[in-house]
Ligand binder design. Sequence first.
Ligand code: KIV
Ligand code: NA
Length: 275
Amino acid sequence: MRNTVTTFQDQKARGDKITMLTAYDYSTAKLMDEAGINSILVGDSLGMVMLGYKDTLSVTMEDMIHHTKAVARGCENAMVVADMPFMSYQTSVYDAVLNAGRLVKEGGANAVKLEGGAKIAAQIRAIVDASIPVVAHLGLTPQSVNAFGGFKVQARNEDAARQLIADAKAVQEAGAFAVVLECIPAALAAIITKQLDIPTIGIGAGAGCDGQVLVYQDMLGLFSDMTPKFVKKFADAGTVMKEGFAKYIEETKSGVFPAEEHCFKISDEVLNKLY
Ligand code: KIV
Ligand code: NA
């Protein structure tokens, strides 16, 4: 059964943790869907982990649609959430609705995610009014990396913590059905989770959230350019892949691969005519 906004709400009410991972392609999305994940985020983190940029700012609407389409084709039950890339919603309410619509209509997303609080409440409201579910994203919002002066823990002092609580309430009020909390103190995320009716999904925000999300390359050990403190390596797929690649190179060079079972046959009758 497809996970929806109501499934998320029920999970919060029951205390059943919401599970979310990022994915950017058909095969990976299908594996996660089959494993039973509640939701897949086509994150603009794809700029870093798939495309090799140093941050998420260069990601385009075309990049997002391309990868969202692939993920959507791989999902039967998971809710597909697509990130709105930098400058696809900050510029105006009109741009926000238009681009959210493209992620649903062309990409096949079930919901969209935007970074920011009270400042983008009008965009959230307008997208929700267009019947597109919205996930908000607060705390360390990577599209603001230049304004923050780097990727660092947010809301550690009283003013910033109060601002974050106010922003969480603002996005709920604007109609967001869930909010991602990234890289903030665990105790603060727990307070926000208690004060909100909508579920919180944490990344570097502790166990008090209603759900968790991780970038899949991080949790599988496939990305080594940067490893934040909040990442747990659930499998060392990077090592498994490297060993597989090395074995292929070795066996190809030594002639062990391809063996007879990997080869196609032709009848002797045809073959004899070729000599
Ligand atoms: O782009 C992304 O992967 C994200 C998650 C880290 C929440 O926004
Ligand atoms: Na993102």
